[in-house]
Design a protein around this ligand. Structure first.
Ligand code: SF4
Length: 220
């Protein structure tokens, strides 16, 4: 292991210690009680990062991103893209636009979406995390995560396509929660299949590169 590898790892642990102390949304009056989900959520040099909207109650209770039913759906998507069983928790780095549970929607239907102000307050944590993990592929799951990186777009116009950001490929995906009815349309399901095929091709390419140059690949 190189010293750069070890210092990046230490920096990521230190970042999560800072996140755990964050009370910015509580101090701004956006949350009654800020309780960030902190602690590294995947291997620090993961090739894939998944970014969602915000933690829900199960995620907070388990201290694990995508700790609810969405985690199972993501695992199935990764399997379809050729990842090994259990890859979601072993190989992929999990993150979100915000780190605290926004609570229930005032209308009583599902989780409240974090406001733009909350997302903006939390964005520096995410950017620092991205700079340390440096994933090759970023899966943006759900409309909010997509908009935060790519601007407003309809899912049907954007799922199945890829975008570049610095050294990473962005893959927009619908939110995997069973609440979304978007996935029930066969045409939409075909777009998800196309997105997973793109993820699979990227995974195969970097595994090939790692096999040919294991030292260079391992240094990331
Ligand atoms: S959502 Fe993010 S910025 Fe807001 S209190 Fe939680 S960790 Fe801090």
């Amino acid at each position: 292991m190189t010293s750069a590898f070890l210092s990046e790892r230490g920096a990521l642990e230190a970042l999560h210690a800072e996140i755990g102390e964050c009370r910015a949304c509580e101090l701004a009056g956006y949350l009654a009680c800020a309780r960030p989900v902190a602690g590294r959520q995947g291997p620090f040099n993961a090739g894939v990062m998944i970014i969602g909207q915000a933690p829900g109650r199960l995620t907070v209770a388990r201290g694990q991103m995508f700790g609810g039913p969405s985690g199972g759906a993501l695992e199935r998507w990764l399997l379809r893209a050729g990842f090994a069983p259990g890859a979601l928790r072993r190989e992929v780095y999990l993150s979100a636009l915000t780190r605290c549970d926004p609570g229930r929607s005032p209308a009583g239907k599902g989780d409240r979406k974090p406001t733009a102000a909350e997302v903006a307050l939390c964005r520096p944590w995410l950017e620092r995390e991205l700079a340390l993990v440096r994933p090759r592929v970023i899966l943006l799951v759900g409309g909010m995560a997509i908009e935060a990186f790519l601007g407003p777009a309809r899912l049907e116009d954007i799922v199945g396509r890829t975008f570049e950001r610095d050294d990473a490929t962005l893959i927009p995906m619908p939110h995997p929660s069973g609440v979304s009815r978007w996935l029930n349309d066969p045409a939409h399901a075909a777009l998800v299949t196309r997105a997973l095929e793109r993820l699979s091709a990227l995974r195969a390419a970097w595994e090939e590169a790692r096999a040919e140059a294991p030292d260079e690949a391992g240094a990331r």
